[in-house]
Design a protein around this ligand. Sequence first.
Ligand SMILES: [Zn+2]
Length: 90
Amino acid sequence: MRDEAIVSVRDLRFATLLCRHCNTRVTLDLDAEFEAPRTPFRALRECPRCANPYDSAVPLAIETIQKGYKALAGLGDAVTFTAPSPRDTP
Ligand SMILES: [Zn+2]
């Protein structure tokens, strides 16, 4: 019997950015609009605590995953993700 976790994209709603300089974690709600006043786009570019920049790939990666999240979330449970059991991974 295989042990696997099946999750809906809705379960992946929150993405967390980790600052490698001060270890601050910033959680982004993928349902939110990052351009909105509550979550300024700046939040994707630099750490709000120490102002060091995130990796330059972060803003595009987050924007891309947000678009995918919103597209798939609109389909309900039509698309799910499966995490393999830790026993099945090398
Ligand atoms: Zn920081």
